[in-house]
Design a protein around this ligand. Structure first.
Ligand SMILES: [Zn+2]
Length: 250
């Protein structure tokens, strides 16, 4: 779904030409970027609405009434409830002018993580140990879980692995799902989640343009360093406090 934006020539900054792009070309490129962004945003809004609705149904069917003295289950359940509420909060603002694709991706991530954590709370309540939470793909947190890099991380023997190619190293550098790993190993761009980089965040560049979500400076997006909240357990609280909204205009 997201791959095409990156390969679309008009989405990318123009190669410097003598005198730079004409005003007309710059306007056409801006319109193209915004049109693509709108289409992706509408698609993601629908995905987020589906996930939040599905999570709501799970919460209604699997309500947990915990007795006193189960702090681990209670913490997991509380986190799950807050993540679900935060996902709904992000979805409520889907139509706002400053809602970008990573905001909606974060709604999807939170809705899915809320269901995972609810399941963990039930397991803890039943006296069982839940698996650690799935690590999501860095390149696009909407993807399946990241695959473990070959060999245990930090293993010395692994670090000394002979003939690690540059592509293998790139694929090992971040949590990467199977399909992104295959793309990187084949020398292709992974299916990266884009975000709209505001003109003000890109000095010298004309107009807003689509960039990988992790390329947006932190002061413009809380999502660029946390894989849309997937790597930060404080995300539900951040959203419920309204602090995910950064002051810079997009
Ligand atoms: Zn991926």
């Amino acid at each position: 779904m997201f791959r095409r934006w990156w390969f679309s020539k008009g989405m990318r900054p123009a190669a410097p030409a003598a005198g730079g792009p004409s005003r007309r070309e710059a306007r056409a490129r801006r319109a193209l970027a915004l049109g693509e962004w709108e289409a992706l945003r509408e698609h993601l809004r629908k995905v987020a609405a589906e996930r939040v609705t599905a999570a709501g149904a799970v919460f209604r069917a699997a309500e947990l009434d915990l007795p006193a003295g189960e702090p681990a289950a209670r913490r997991a359940y509380q986190w799950a409830l807050e993540a679900y509420e935060a996902a709904g909060r992000l979805l409520d603002h889907a139509g706002d002018e400053d809602t970008d694709l990573p905001d909606l991706a974060a709604a999807v991530v939170l809705a899915e993580q809320s269901v995972e954590r609810l399941a963990a709370a039930h397991l803890l309540h039943a006296g069982r140990r839940p698996d650690p939470p799935a690590v999501r793909c860095y390149w696009n947190p909407l993807h399946g879980p990241a695959e473990p890099a070959p060999g245990p991380a930090g293993n010395r023997r692994n670090r000394k692995r002979a003939h690690v190619t540059a592509r293998e190293a790139a694929a090992d550098r971040r949590p990467t799902c199977r399909s992104c790993r295959a793309a990187i190993l084949a020398g292709q761009q992974p299916d990266v989640l884009p975000a709209l980089l505001p003109a003000k965040a890109a000095p010298g560049r004309k107009g807003p343009l689509l960039v990988p979500y992790f390329a947006v400076p932190r002061q413009w997006s809380p999502w660029s360093t946390t894989a849309c909240g997937a790597y930060d357990p404080d995300t539900p609280a951040l959203v419920l406090r309204g602090e995910h909204r950064r002051p810079g205009p997009r």
